[in-house]
Design a protein around this ligand. Structure first.
Ligand SMILES: [Zn+2]
Length: 137
């Protein structure tokens, strides 16, 4: 228990990215306060926060990746799929796992768009795999 006198209330916010309404819970606010972070309401819903990528990069989930063949597909947040080749993996990444959340840049090639600089994102939420179950082809 913290001893500060600040009171928290659940706040209903609208995501500026996707327009969905989401609740900024007391628990989340308290966590911020405990971390000593500024108590500013998030502009985006939890899903968008997790899926937002740095400029020039996108995030998606590995639909499947065949390590032997050295290629596979990533499902983007808009439902499109993008090809990923072994040569498009970031340095130090030798394979991708099905269902894995990845970040990548998109490069236009003669054969269409291709993911480059692809690297997995750390999984810090245990509920994540439940929300996005991996599906094998
Ligand atoms: Zn959103």
């Amino acid at each position: 228990m913290t001893t500060d006198r600040q009171t928290f209330t659940d706040a209903l916010l609208t995501c500026e990215e996707c327009g969905v309404e989401f609740i900024w819970t007391i628990t989340q606010q308290r966590k911020l306060a405990e971390q000593g972070a500024a108590l500013e309401p998030p502009a985006r819903c939890p899903a968008c926060q997790r899926l937002a990528a740095p400029a020039g990069h996108q995030r998606g989930r590995v639909k499947w990746y065949n390590r032997t063949k050295g290629w596979g597909f990533i499902t983007l947040t808009n439902g499109d799929e993008i090809f990923v080749h072994r040569s498009g993996l970031a340095q130090g990444v030798d394979s991708l796992r099905d269902g894995e959340l990845v970040e990548f840049a998109v490069e236009q090639t003669a054969r269409g768009p291709q993911a480059v600089d692809t690297h997995p994102l750390p999984m810090d939420e245990p509920s994540d795999s439940a929300r996005y179950p991996a599906r094998n082809p």
